[in-house]
Design a protein around this ligand. Structure first.
Ligand SMILES: C[S@@+](CC[C@H](N)C(=O)[O-])C[C@H]1O[C@@H](n2cnc3c(N)ncnc32)[C@H](O)[C@@H]1O
Length: 241
């Protein structure tokens, strides 16, 4: 069904509803340098002719004598602080982060360099398409979605990432026993997450309702301030049955 927006633009095939809007973010010199210097090594292309990104990474790494036993996909890593923190804690795990915001990609590359992380890879592209086209079923040990955009206005709720169809796609890509960890500071979105994840037949909640924050997820500055002001943060950890 076309929307008024589509007919206004005369688009025959309505554009997909995306979970992000492209922001014209300003890059610092350091982020730009990191993109130029480290991008070729750590940033992977969005390429639908690579149907199993995990196998592709494993092949590449073997050639350089690396061996990561597990893979975690992170969707929307922002400036990458949590990604880098967790990747440093878990050197045996390969972390593939998807982010569309270029300054964020530069920021994570800077952290990768500062912390000498060899287990981080980045795809600068819509994670919905990366998942659909490049992640084979049953190949992920974990998925992290931390503080996804809450899209608070009702008319924007369709942009939220955590919706039944996408959650099903996520669950299919998890290996048995693999986990999906979401966190949000937006109560109404937390409730939606609990409802949607709880209704996905391939997933089982690891907690009674919301989960305690797993130790690996660092508190963000923003979250610390929120907590001091009495705002809540909700973690949800579900496992592939
Ligand atoms: C609210 S920020 C949270 C960033 C970070 N996870 C944190 O906790 O600070 C959400 C991020 O998700 C990214 N994002 C939203 N939809 C995305 C998508 N479909 N693919 C890749 N990145 C996406 C946005 O660009 C933004 O940086």
């Amino acid at each position: 069904m076309s929307t008024p927006e589509d007919s206004a633009t005369g688009v025959a095939h309505p554009r997909a509803v995306r979970s992000f809007v492209t922001r014209a973010g300003r890059m610092t010199t350091g982020q730009a340098r990191a993109l130029t210097d480290l991008g070729p090594r750590y940033v992977l292309p969005y390429d639908p002719t690579i149907p199993d990104l995990i196998a592709y990474c494993a092949d590449q790494e073997r050639a350089s004598g690396q061996n990561h036993l597990k893979t975690v996909l992170e969707i929307g890593f922002g400036m990458g602080q949590a990604t880098a923190h967790i990747a440093a804690l878990k050197p045996d795990t390969r972390f593939i982060g998807c982010e569309v915001h270029e300054p964020g990609v530069g920021a994570l590359l800077k952290l990768v360099d500062a912390l000498q992380l060899s287990n981080v890879r980045i795809v600068q592209h819509d994670a919905v398409e990366v998942l659909r086209d490049m992640i084979a079923p049953g190949t992920l040990d974990g998925i992290h979605i931390f503080f996804p955009d809450p899209w608070p206005k009702k008319r924007h709720h369709k942009r939220r990432l955590i919706q039944p169809a996408f959650v099903h796609e996520l669950a299919l890509r998890l290996a048995p026993g693999g986990y999906l960890h979401c966190a949000t500071d937006w109560q109404a979105y937390a409730e939606q997450m609990l409802q949607v994840l709880g209704a996905e037949p391939l997933l089982v909640n690891t907690a009674e309702g919301y989960a305690p924050r797993p130790d690996y997820r660092p508190l963000t500055k923003f979250e610390l301030r929120g907590l001091r002001l009495g705002h809540g943060v909700w973690d949800l950890v579900f496992q592939r049955a």
